[in-house]
Write a protein that binds this ligand. Structure first.
Ligand code: DX5
Ligand code: ZN
Length: 208
């Protein structure tokens, strides 16, 4: 199981990113919010870009924005392995996925808890990652939605039946108690459970 660390709830981002460099965490999960797609707004890109100054890990970018096309070129400048945006956006999704691929970055689509898995079908051939949200996007520290277990299974079935080469990632409220519900996933994004601990490696190991 790959682990992607979210620093959304961090009180000291540079320090926590540096501490994560000394762990075997696989990616840094960068949550970016525009105050439109979700009500909260994270720091602007000109500040967010400095994440790269503190981490030696590759980035797994999660765009919670109305207009991914505005932000893809910015995040493409960073050391991103994945850029993911939401299937619920109004923009031309195929065009945006193609834009990510044109930067030789892997592309992902995220799906909110109330969105049907079938909404992913038209985009399956383009996807490297499917991000199943196990909380409503917008805040760290929420409780894992139990129905996500079934949703992950549904996505796994979809991937199998369409012979797609995408990984499944799960994001929101994940800890050592509910990680077993994510067994059909390849990766999990973990925030509060990690960041609010004094021993990052111990928490990471408890999830693998
Ligand atoms: C929620 C974010 C998540 C979240 C993860 O909108 O996309 O990445 O911060 O943090 P926890 O693990 O605290 O839910
Ligand atoms: Zn996220």
């Amino acid at each position: 199981m790959k682990i992607s660390a979210s620093f959304l709830s961090s009180k000291n981002i540079p320090k926590d990113l540096e501490k994560l460099n000394d762990t075997d965490v696989d990616y840094i999960h960068v949550d970016f919010m525009d105050g439109k797609f979700v009500s909260r707004k994270t720091m602007p890109f000109r500040e967010m870009r400095h994440v790269s100054d503190y981490t030696s890990k590759r980035l797994d970018v999660h765009l919670m924005v109305d207009e991914p096309s505005k932000y893809i070129p910015l995040f493409a400048e960073l050391n991103a392995e994945y850029i993911t945006f939401h299937v619920e956006v109004e923009e031309d999704i195929v065009e945006d996925l193609q834009m990510i691929k044109d930067y030789s970055i892997k592309c992902g689509l995220a799906i909110k808890p109330d969105t049907k898995v079938s909404s992913l079908v038209p985009y399956l051939p383009y996807l490297d990652l499917i991000l199943v949200m196990s909380v409503e996007p917008g805040e760290g520290g929420q409780e894992f939605i139990m129905e996500s277990e079934k949703k992950i299974e549904e996505v796994r079935d979809l991937i199998r039946s369409y012979h797609v080469d995408a990984i499944i990632s799960v994001d929101g409220g994940i800890n050592d108690q509910n990680i077993s519900l994510c067994r059909d996933a390849d990766m999990v994004a973990v925030g509060s459970y990690l960041i609010h601990s004094d021993n990052f490696q111990e928490k990471i190991s408890s999830l693998r």
